[in-house]
Design a protein around this ligand. Structure first.
Ligand code: PEP
Ligand code: MN
Length: 347
């Protein structure tokens, strides 16, 4: 349910509503807008009719149900686009990044952090091409237990060194709830991978961390499933979620996955959260990455996450879909042209 307050509702009247919602056993999520405050009340759907009684409280204009199952991630509660800010002050960096609502972000780097030389060289090259966030997995969720599993904390330290040298922010994956505090100590954005999109214990844990979350769509998940997973994170009080389309499994086997670009405008219709596209996992084929990156921006994506490796033929993981640095430079030039044509800025 949403409690819509009157335009002139006083802080006391709003507080009274918040405490009454809590007494009824629901969580209150207020948005204090310039015009008015609206409060989403979420919790057990079965007893929600009891919230209707809040209508009689002073300062309340109306109490209306939220029709969609994703309450906080949807546009019924929040119409204005969510803009996520990342501040380098935490690391002594004089840099700030905003993501969403026409501020495009490009995250780039190798699939995995492999060696110090590899990650530092990758960081330098993607920064020069115009990326603002460095990607790289230190904890790798691999389909086979015999594949490279990542450098773990050593990898996180190397990412931190790359940030210090280049000023790039860092996005890296967390695969286990117990590792969230450790990864949050090093990362600017916490990545939840496709294989973990419905790992609800992990979603709740990243919801408690005070870091933005990059939530990748599961390979057999619907758009609704993705938004319900975002809801898990947001219901813990972490509203900074970036949705990521990274391709889904279909009968097509020429590509590794089918990159569902219709998901981009669909998610923008249903949700206020920023949406980025991963054309690397979305196609699995190096030559298809740049065309799909441009198509993603044209479809309205708020950014990209792209795999780039200085020597893809030597990569420990995902070499076949990783761009060489010069190919990434060309991708950036193409993406910039499309963004500029639409009056949107990158970085
Ligand atoms: C990755 O980003 O390297 C990764 C493992 O992605 P996904 O979870 O989308 O497969
Ligand atoms: Mn990968």
């Amino acid at each position: 349910m949403i409690v819509v307050m009157n335009q002139g509702a006083s802080p006391d009247q709003i507080d009274r509503v918040l405490s009454r919602v809590a007494e009824l056993g629901y969580q209150a999520h207020p948005i204090r807008g310039e015009q008015r405050t609206v409060v989403a009340c979420v919790g057990d759907e079965r007893g929600k009719f009891r919230l209707q009684g809040l209508e009689v409280l002073d300062g309340v204009e109306s109490v209306v149900p939220i029709l969609k199952p994703f309450k906080l991630a949807g546009v019924e509660w929040k119409r204005e686009k969510t803009v996520i800010a990342i501040d380098g002050a935490r690391w002594g960096l004089d840099r700030r990044l905003t993501i969403g609502n026409n501020h495009l972000v490009v995250m780039a780097g190798p699939c995995s952090v492999e060696t110090r030389e590899q990650i530092l060289e990758s960081a330098e090259k993607v920064r020069r091409a115009g990326a603002t966030v460095l990607r790289g997995g230190a904890f790798k969720p691999r389909s086979s237990p015999y594949s490279f599993q990542g450098l773990e904390e050593e990898g996180l330290k190397l990412l931190a060194e790359a940030r210090e040298r280049t000023g790039l922010f860092v996005v890296t994956e967390v695969v286990t709830p117990a590792d969230v505090p450790l990864v949050a100590d090093y990362a600017d954005l916490l990545q939840v991978g496709a294989r973990n999109m419905q790992n609800y214990a992990l979603l709740k844990e990243v919801g408690k961390a005070r870091r933005p979350v990059l939530l990748k769509r599961g390979m057999a998940s619907t758009i609704k499933d993705l938004l319900l997973s975002a809801e898990y994170v947001m219901s813990q009080g972490n509203y900074d979620v970036i949705l990521c389309e990274r391709g889904i499994r279909t009968f097509e086997d020429y590509t590794r996955n089918t990159c569902d670009l219709a998901a981009v405008p669909a998610l923008h219709e249903l949700s206020h959260l920023p949406v980025v596209v991963d054309p690397s996992h979305g196609t699995g084929v190096r030559s298809l990455v740049a065309p799909m990156a441009k198509a993603a921006i044209a479809a309205g994506a708020d950014g990209l996450i792209v795999e780039v490796h200085p020597r893809p033929e030597e990569a420990y993981s995902d070499g076949a879909q990783s761009l060489r640095p010069e190919e990434f430079e060309q991708l950036m030039a193409g993406v910039r042209r499309i963004a500029l044509a639409e009056g949107r800025s990158i970085g």
